[in-house]
Design a protein around this ligand. Structure first.
Ligand code: NAD
Length: 496
C-alpha cells in the first residue's frame, strides 16, 4: 500500500507507526499515513528553528521570488492537488479545484508581503528625534488543520507565515494527508530552503507535542469547537500566540421580499455542496413571515435533484461523507430529529450509489418544523442535512442567530436594503452574506467567526494574518551631532 511519510528538513522521513487512509467513495483502504508523536515533532521543530535563522534574514525580494514560483506551481498542479483531495476527502473534483484556487489566492496575497510589512515613519517627533515601526517574524509557527479543506485551510496559514519570515510545521488531518506532501514538494521545487516548511502527520500526540514545544511560538488551528477550545487553552497556557477556529451552524434567513426560487437554489448548493462538510455550509434556514411553506416546497424540489456520486464522476454535484463514522452520525442525527418532532421532507438516509455499495454516501436530507430546542439545530451535524425553522419577523430571526453558540457565517436573502443593513449590523456573526450564500472572504480580507467559532483574537489571512504572524517594534532614534551639547533628562521623556 502507498505510504504517506512525514516531510522534515526538506526530506521524507519514514514513520514508525501508521494509520489507514480510506477511499470514501468505496470504503476501501487506499494508503497508510505515518502517525508522528513527540520525536517527529522535535525533529521538525529543530529543522524549522535552524532554517528560520537564515530565512528570517532573507530579503523581502528573495522571499517573494519563492512565493511567486510557488504560486505558479500550485496553478500548474491544480488538477493533481484536486484529484488527491477527491480521492481522500470524497468531494467532487470541481469542488476540490475551487479550494485549490482559493488557497492559491492566499499565496498571491502573500506575494505582496513587501507592501504588507511596510512600517510607518514619523519624522521629527521631538527635536532631532525620529520614530518608526516595523514588524518582525515570530520564529517557528505551527498549523493544525481539519479534513474538510486539506489544501485551502493550510494555505490560509503557511504562505502568510512564511512570507513574514517564519518557518512552519504543519500537522494536517490524518484522513486526507497526501495533498500536504505534494505542497511540500512544490515548495521545494519553488526554491524554498529546507526546513522552512515541514509536515508531521498524525493525531492528538503530534498536536500535543506542538502545543507544548518550547520553540513553537504560535499555533493556528482550524477544526471542531471542542478541539479548538482545547488547543487554545493548552497553547495559551504555554505562552504561545493562538488562533483556533472552530465549528459552525450557519443560518440563511429568507425574507418574504426575496426571490424565493433563487434563494432556494443558492441555499441548496450551499447546504449540500461537499456533502455539507464545509464550515461555511448553510445548515439552518430561517423562513420569515409567510415564506415557510413555499420555501420548503422549493427547497425539497431542489434537494431531490442533487446528483450524488463519487467525486471523480463528471456530473456528480455531491460526493460521500469522509468516513463511515461521519455517515452513521449523520443518519443518527436525522433519526433523532424525526423522533423529536421534525418533519423529514427529503430523506437521503437510504441512498445507494450503484457500484459503490461500500461508499460513505448519504443523500440530501431536508427537515422542516425544527425548533431551536432540538439537537438537530443545536449541534453541528457536518453533513448533507438542512433544517428549517420559522420566524415571524426579521428581528426574531436575528434573535435566533444571536442565541446560537456559533457565529461563523450567515446569509440574508432579501430585495430590501434597509432590512439587509439591519441584519448586517444586528447579527453576532463574523462573515455575512447578502444574497450570497457562502460569504467566504477573499484572501486580502480576513476569515474568521465569532463566539464558539473562534478562540483567540485574530482571524486568518489578510491583514489579520500578517498581524498574527508578526510582532511589532517601535523605534525612537536620535543622532546628535558632535557639536550638540549632550543633556540628559531625569523626568519622563516628553517631546520638545
Ligand atoms: P477535528 O477537530 O476532529 O480535527 C482537526 C484537527 O485536530 C486534525 O488535524 C486532528 O488530527 C486534530 N485533532 C483531533 N482531535 C484532537 C484532539 N483531541 N487533540 C488534539 N488534536 C486533535 O475536525 P475535523 O473533523 O477534521 O474537521 C471538521 C471540523 O472543522 C468541523 O467542526 C468544521 O466546522 C471545522 N472547520 C472550521 C473552519 C472554520 O474556519 N471555522 C474551517 C474548516 C473546518
Amino acid at each position: 500500500m502507498r505510504s504517506i511519510e512525514h516531510w522534515i528538513g526538506g526530506a521524507s522521513v519514514t514513520g514508525t507507526e501508521y494509520a489507514t487512509v480510506h477511499q470514501p467513495a468505496t470504503g476501501q483502504p487506499q494508503a497508510r499515513v505515518a502517525v508522528g508523536g513527540p520525536a517527529e515533532v522535535d525533529l521538525a521543530v529543530a529543522a524549522a528553528v535552524r532554517a528560520q535563522e537564515s530565512w528570517g534574514e532573507m530579503s523581502l525580494s528573495r522571499r517573494t521570488k519563492v512565493l511567486f514560483r510557488m504560486r505558479d506551481l500550485v496553478e500548474r498542479h491544480e488538477d493533481d492537488l484536486a484529484r488527491l483531495v477527491t480521492a481522500e476527502h470524497g468531494k467532487t473534483v470541481e469542488d476540490a479545484r475551487g479550494e485549490v484556487i482559493r488557497g492559491r489566492e492566499v499565496i498571491e496575497f502573500a506575494c505582496g508581503i513587501p507592501q504588507l510589512l511596510k512600517g510607518a515613519y514619523s519624522d521629527q517627533v521631538s527635536t532631532g528625534v525620529d520614530s518608526y515601526s516595523l514588524r518582525a517574524p515570530l520564529g517557528v509557527c505551527a498549523g493544525v488543520t481539519p479534513f474538510n479543506f486539506p489544501v485551502m485551510v493550510p494555505m490560509w496559514m503557511h504562505p502568510v507565515a512564511i512570507a513574514c519570515g517564519n518557518t512552519f510545521v504543519l500537522k494536517p488531518s490524518e484522513r486526507d494527508p497526501s495533498a500536504s506532501n505534494l505542497v511540500a514538494q512544490l515548495y521545494a521545487d519553488a526554491g524554498l530552503p529546507d526546513g522552512v516548511f515541514n509536515v508531521v502527520h498524525g493525531g492528538r500526540a503530534a498536536v500535543d507535542a506542538l502545543l507544548d514545544h518550547r520553540d513553537v511560538q504560535a499555533v493556528s488551528f482550524v477544526g471542531s469547537t471542542p478541539v479548538a477550545r482545547y488547543v487554545h487553552g493548552r497553547a495559551s497556557a504555554n505562552g504561545k500566540r493562538v488562533q483556533a477556529l472552530g465549528g459552525a451552524k450557519n443560518h440563511a434567513v429568507v425574507l418574504p421580499d426575496a426571490d424565493l426560487a433563487d434563494a432556494a437554489r443558492q441555499i441548496t448548493a450551499a447546504a449540500y455542496g461537499s456533502a455539507g462538510q464545509r464550515c461555511m455550509a448553510i445548515s439552518a434556514v430561517v423562513a420569515v413571515g409567510s415564506t415557510g411553506d413555499e420555501l420548503v416546497q422549493l427547497l425539497g424540489r431542489e434537494a431531490a435533484t442533487v446528483v450524488v456520486g463519487p467525486g471523480d464522476q463528471e456530473h456528480a454535484q455531491m460526493g460521500p461523507l469522509v468516513t463511515s463514522e461521519a455517515r452513521d452520525r449523520v443518519i443518527a442525527a436525522v433519526g433523532a430529529a424525526q423522533q423529536a418532532g421534525a418533519t423529514v421532507v427529503v430523506d437521503g438516509r437510504e441512498l445507494r450509489v450503484a457500484g459503490h455499495d461500500g461508499g460513505y454516501f448519504v443523500g440530501p436530507c431536508l427537515l422542516d418544523q425544527v425548533t431551536p430546542q432540538m439537537s438537530a439545530y443545536q449541534e453541528e451535524i457536518f453533513g448533507p442535512v438542512l433544517v428549517v425553522l420559522r420566524a415571524q419577523t426579521l428581528d426574531e430571526a436575528i434573535g435566533i442567530i444571536n442565541a446560537n453558540p456559533y457565529g461563523n457565517g450567515t446569509a440574508l436573502f432579501t430585495s430590501g436594503g434597509a432590512a439587509a443593513r439591519r441584519f448586517v449590523r444586528g447579527v453576532t456573526v463574523g462573515m455575512i452574506g447578502v444574497n450570497v450564500p457562502l460569504p467566504v472572504p477573499m484572501a486580502y480580507h480576513s476569515f474568521g467567526g465569532w463566539k464558539a467559532s473562534l478562540f483567540g483574537d485574530t482571524h486568518v489571512h489578510g491583514p489579520e494574518g500578517v498581524a498574527f504572524y508578526t510582532r511589532g517594534k517601535v523605534v525612537t532614534s536620535r543622532w546628535p551631532g558632535r557639536a550638540e551639547a549632550s543633556r540628559s533628562d531625569f523626568h519622563f521623556p516628553t517631546a520638545s
